[in-house]
Design a protein around this ligand. Structure first.
Ligand code: TPP
Length: 326
């Protein structure tokens, strides 16, 4: 277990704040009609992607969940989020050269996109896990998904094979209890995804997805097991989405507005608020530092918006070469 230094803790905190500021920027730009794509906010989910992605190595493989369109996973890994904003505007300076829509990609940092077709990341992770096991370089694959995605057959096929072949794959499920407008309880009798993993003989842990350190520690354990030949694990992070499924859509469960009381209760457990309170108590953060980090993140977001507007669209002549790898 790595001892987290003050610098490590501040990196996690700063990453959460930057993730939220850029999420807010994308929300505003979506409302103003300035994005070429839709946007699934990460508001409420920030601690899961940030905490888990902080653990992996640069040469590991990440298949990410769609919340925040890559922001929580990439910011903590040192990827400049202005390329996220530019990508959503279809600009050549975006992380996919402006042609991927909302899919985050960074080959050098192992971010191999999210799944437009929910569930495709499961089987791809199993494939990359197999490659990692065969090449003997100690790499792992980490696959993020929602609880809705887990209802797809690909999850069951992938986790089953990962278990049978002891592949170095870590499944991180961001369980917010909803899949678009449908509450989970309507589509499954299994409350905890962890129980599904256990049925496949895969060790599974349920953690508080609003607690970044709990996510970090559980991921650390699972990654270590995978790297040391112990096979797959699953971490179920109980979390909540504070906004509607994607921007501009009604925030409903079936056709009824979601409960204001439920949202307010989860707001009390806002992942940034919880971590900030802990760091203040532990004397890692001061009021001045909180203000400085927030101001720097605001300035960064303002600069990213301008950078994205000023960037050129991709050269149409290059497009065929950008779609197919030679
Ligand atoms: C195969 C497939 N079916 C349906 C959709 C439409 N869709 C996009 S996101 C989503 C809900 C996913 O729910 P969950 O996995 O729990 O993630 P959440 O959005 O709640 O974070 C659905 C049904 C899709 N993209 N792909």
């Amino acid at each position: 277990m790595k001892k987290l230094s003050k610098q490590d803790l501040l990196h996690l905190y700063r990453s959460l704040i930057r993730t939220r500021k850029f999420d807010q920027l994308n929300i505003r730009l979506a409302a103003e009609g300035k994005l070429l794509t839709f946007y699934h906010s990460a508001h409420g989910h920030e601690a899961v992607g940030t905490g888990a992605a902080a653990v992996v190595r640069d040469d590991d493989y990440l298949f990410i969940h769609h919340r925040g369109h890559g922001l929580p996973y990439s910011i903590v890994r040192g990827i400049d989020p202005k390329s996220c904003v530019a990508e959503h505007m279809g600009k050549s300076t975006g992380w996919g050269g402006g042609i991927t829509g909302f899919h985050a990609v960074d080959k050098e940092m192992g971010i191999l996109s999210s799944a437009g077709t929910i569930g495709s990341g499961f089987v791809l992770s199993a494939g990359y896990g197999l490659a990692a096991k065969k090449n003997g370089r100690g790499q792992i694959a980490i696959c993020f998904s929602g609880d809705g995605g887990v209802q797809r057959g690909q999850f069951h096929e992938a986790i089953n094979l990962c278990a049978a072949w002891k592949l170095p794959v870590v499944f991180v499920v961001e369980n917010n209890g909803m899949a678009w407008f449908t509450p989970n309880r309507d589509t499954t009798a299994v409350e905890n995804v962890a129980d599904l993993a256990k049925a496949y003989k895969v060790p599974a842990e349920i953690v508080d997805g609003m607690d970044i350190l709990a996510v970090y520690r559980a991921t650390e354990k699972a990654v270590e097991l995978a790297r040391n030949g112990g096979g797959p694990s699953l971490i179920e992070c109980k979390t909540f989405r504070y906004r509607s499924h994607s921007e501009g859509r009604p925030d409903v469960s079936h056709f009824e507005p979601r409960s204001k009381e439920e949202i307010a209760a989860w707001m009390e457990r806002d992942p940034i608020k919880l971590f900030e309170e802990k760091l203040v108590k532990d004397k890692v953060l001061t009021a001045t530092l909180i203000e400085t980090i927030a101001r720097e993140a605001d300035e960064e977001a303002v600069a990213a918006e301008k950078f994205s507007f000023d960037s050129p669209f991709p050269d149409p002549a290059r497009l065929p070469h950008m779609v197919y790898a030679p």
